[in-house]
Design a protein around this ligand. Sequence first.
Ligand code: SAM
Ligand code: DTB
Ligand code: SF4
Length: 309
Amino acid sequence: MKHTFNEIEKIYQKPIFELIETAYAIQKNNFEADIELCHLVSVKTGGCPEDCGYCSQSNKNHTELKLNALLPIEEIERQTIIAKQNGVKRVCLGGAYKSPPTSAIDKASEYIKVIKKHGLETCITFGSLNQEQAQQLKTAGLDYYNHNIDTSPEHYGNVITTRTFQERIDTIDNVGKAGLKVCCGGILGMGETQQDRISFIKALTDLPFVPDSIPINMLVKIKGTPLEKVEDLDKFELIRTIATVRILFPKTRVRLSAGRLKLTELEQSMCFMSGANSIFFGEKLLTTPNNTENNDLSLLKKLGISANA
Ligand code: SAM
Ligand code: DTB
Ligand code: SF4
């Protein structure tokens, strides 16, 4: 559903307990009290021609990174088996591409097959897709495609110059038209204003397809990137964003994605209370560390929340 900026701002700026209370009530009406676990694998790391200011994998940034070409299928199967044993529901594959070459789409089709063989859902994030590529992935059995708008249309140009905001919307349109589920969110803490965060949420409500999954990342500051020294995000802004997204997208899984290592258990718990009900589970994100499995299992136990598998 479309919403005006003012409507969204009104929700975002409610007194915080009222905001959380509303978000939590919506969460309870639409979901079990569970958390979805997704396992992330970087299947092709680094060497990307885009200039995303936050990213360790851009050629334009001066980061220390071990590059790897497309991983062998056996490695995907190995990680899938472990993920399944751990109660993971979906395996998400990341590739550092502006847009994937045919060889990557072909390989992805093999990855999808092996993950599905073990009964898990699949998600891929390989950059821009045209209609034909999206259709090919759908035919291969892909469930979700992740492509983020990253930030507000207004702040976008300060972070990325090699791909336009509209190009991202076009990819999401192609993904939705192919019958794939859309996973689309962004990153907080990239020097944006509160108005930008509200505008980012509005842009999510304006997408051509309602996302089934919204990842909310908190910037992982990476040495050698333009955003290395940006000011820390005020965590209350993270809570407000998650709660507002929950209210506007009652049936969508909201993933507390990158940046959890910088949150205390209580801060993460507040995010879950405000509407986040999905996380990346596993010690590594794409190129940076994530919370350990043991720490996450122990937190879920303390909260009395089970994994959704
Ligand atoms: N290359 C593909 C693309 O950009 O569409 C897929 C991989 S890319 C790494 C996927 C998403 O991860 C980005 O759109 C961004 O939202 C998120 N991301 C990347 N680096 C991040 C960082 N340092 N902190 C937080 N989120 C990050
Ligand atoms: C998303 O929104 N977050 C994930 C996933 N989609 C592919 C990526 C997070 C990357 C964090 C930084 C890194 O590990 O390189
Ligand atoms: Fe490339 Fe994706 Fe990183 Fe941007 S976010 S530089 S497109 S890998």
